[in-house]
Design a protein around this ligand. Sequence first.
Ligand code: HEM
Length: 128
Amino acid sequence: MDAGLILDTLERASERCADPAPLIYRRLFELRPEFESLFVMDTDGGVRGSMLTTCFNAILGLVEESDTQRVIISSSRFAHDGYGVAQRDFDLMFVAIRDTFRDLLGAEWTPETDAAWTHLLAAIAAID
Ligand code: HEM
């Protein structure tokens, strides 16, 4: 895992956009429009905000090779079955994050950065 490239992406993306949450969820709902209705009860965006924080912590944890975050991903994957999110669809949230950052970085998104994210997403998908 190329931790440096992932951390560099997070830093550059935050310089360009202080709150990427709306962009990330817009991308998620582009990828899977039927997921939007799962959040109708989340009128103040609180669930979406804390879900995204959990995702960022998971990314940072994997980069730091934290076992705790692996357990959190695994248990969240299982819990989301109960929210109507199939286990294989759970990873789309991380795809939406990657796509949003790629768009924010524009020309600074290099093939090496892309490879680091492909590797990270594969590592997350392998946690069951
Ligand atoms: C396409 C992927 C996903 C969808 C559609 C989705 C959907 C949802 C929904 C509908 C809820 C609210 C459930 C309820 O309160 O009844 C929720 C909560 C939550 N999700 Fe996700 N989720 C996805 C991926 C993830 C991922 C990847 C993580 C983190 C690893 C995550 C972490 C959480 C957490 C922590 C909550 C509880 C938030 C709170 O109530 O404070 N979710 N998710």
